[in-house]
Design a protein around this ligand. Structure first.
Ligand code: ATP
Length: 359
């Protein structure tokens, strides 16, 4: 099974909200559409579902055309399962009846019942078959909604911010379960989220969108480690930014000399690096690497890491001292005011022409 989206463009009231959208999703793959509010993620999902009429381009599954300039297959014929933010369970139907509802095309009631029970088993909710939705927690309701969507055995699953109504701890647990259920069902999944961590957790591939365009798509590792511009770099995490000017294909910075061969002579650049790329030493690691002196301004223990605020006395910038964030594993032993040494490996720098952050 392969969902193929070719050259989609879409406008509302003459205002273009999607352009040049090309995408392919295979069975068993989870693709996350990621981007800031209003970038067009939900519109793209609605076009795949057939809830919005396609204006230009083509959507097909294997050789079957869902929509192009001439045809629009109705949503119910597309074999698509949906999971939306509000779960939309029917309050007057039990968990089993809600799950059977998705199987209305199956004639025999006994088979509908069996398939619904199997789907509930998949999400570990079979014991709740006779319970009504209001008796369930948010996470349990989400699992029933997932079972209802998967029961007809759809080729494609569309998820729109499916965890956003759950509180933070439950969200982590439910998205983990959801990922395993989706993966074991082998369905091709397209999920919308505006949360980069969620996209990295769920996605085999991430499609990062901005202002109606795909800016970069690839594995989470590709986008995180090889972002193509400042927008992609900053979308995924807090980043340190220092500025510089290119001379002879190089930029001199307080953290060393960096190569910037692709940028024109005299060009202003923004040099970005993630807090976890900053290595902090208590003593000068002279033989290991070239490190520069810095002062600890503050430390904050976060889940799984300590964020260290550092001040670097700058010889390069007119603006004075540089403030850096380092993310170090474990509890950081140095007090505020302590002198430390900082090193950032050369391959951790992302260098872009200045003011390119909009895409
Ligand atoms: N039915 C509509 N009529 C007119 N404009 C719309 C309609 N639906 C969406 N838009 C506009 O299209 C653009 C894309 O909206 P869309 O909901 O697809 O973005 P999104 O990335 O999903 O945003 P969010 O994360 O906030 O849901 C926005 O500018 C939005 O205001």
């Amino acid at each position: 099974m392969s969902l193929k989206i070719e050259d989609i463009r879409h406008a509302y009231n003459g205002k273009t909200v999607l352009r040049n959208i090309n995408l392919e999703v295979q069975s068993g793959e989870v693709i996350c559409l990621l981007g800031p509010s209003g970038c067009g993620k939900t519109t793209l999902l609605r076009l795949i579902a057939g809830l919005e009429e396609l204006q230009s381009g083509r959507i097909q599954v294997n050789e079957q055309v869902f929509a192009d300039g001439h045809r629009q297959m109705p949503p119910e014929q597309r074999g698509i399962g949906f999971l939306f933010q509000d779960f939309a369970l029917f309050p007057h139907l039990t968990v089993l009846e809600n799950t059977m509802f998705g199987l209305s095309s199956v004639k025999a009631r006994a088979e509908r019942r069996n398939r619904a029970l199997n789907a509930l088993q998949q999400v570990d909710m079979r014991d709740f078959a006779s319970v009504y939705p209001h008796e369930l927690s948010g996470g349990q309701q989400q699992r029933v909604a997932l079972a209802r969507a998967l029961a007809p055995n759809p080729g494609i699953m569309l998820l729109d911010e499916p965890f956003s109504s759950l509180d933070a701890r439950l969200r982590v647990q439910i998205r983990d379960q959801t990922l395993h259920v989706l993966k074991s069902s082998g369905v091709a999944t397209v999920m919308v989220t505006h949360d980069p961590e969620e996209a990295m957790f769920m996605g085999d591939r991430i499609v990062l969108m901005h202002q109606g365009r795909i800016i970069q798509s690839g594995s989470p590792v590709e986008l995180y480690s090889n972002p193509i511009n400042a927008f992609v770099t900053t979308f995924f995490s807090d980043v340190n930014v220092i500025k510089g000017t290119v001379h002879d294909g190089r930029v001199e910075t307080d953290l060393g000399v960096l190569f910037a061969r692709d940028i024109e002579e005299g060009g202003q650049v923004e040099i970005m690096f993630r807090p976890e790329a900053v290595q902090v030493f208590q003593d000068d690691p002279k033989l290991q690497c070239v490190a520069v002196a810095a002062q600890v301004q503050a430390t904050r223990l976060l889940p799984g890491a300590t964020l260290v605020h550092l001040r670097l006395a700058s010889a390069q910038t007119e603006n004075g001292d540089i403030h850096l964030h380092a993310r170090v594993p474990c509890v950081f032993p140095m007090p505020e005011g302590a002198k430390v040494y900082v090193h950032v490996p050369a391959d951790q720098f992302h260098i872009f022409p200045a003011h390119s952050s909009s895409s």
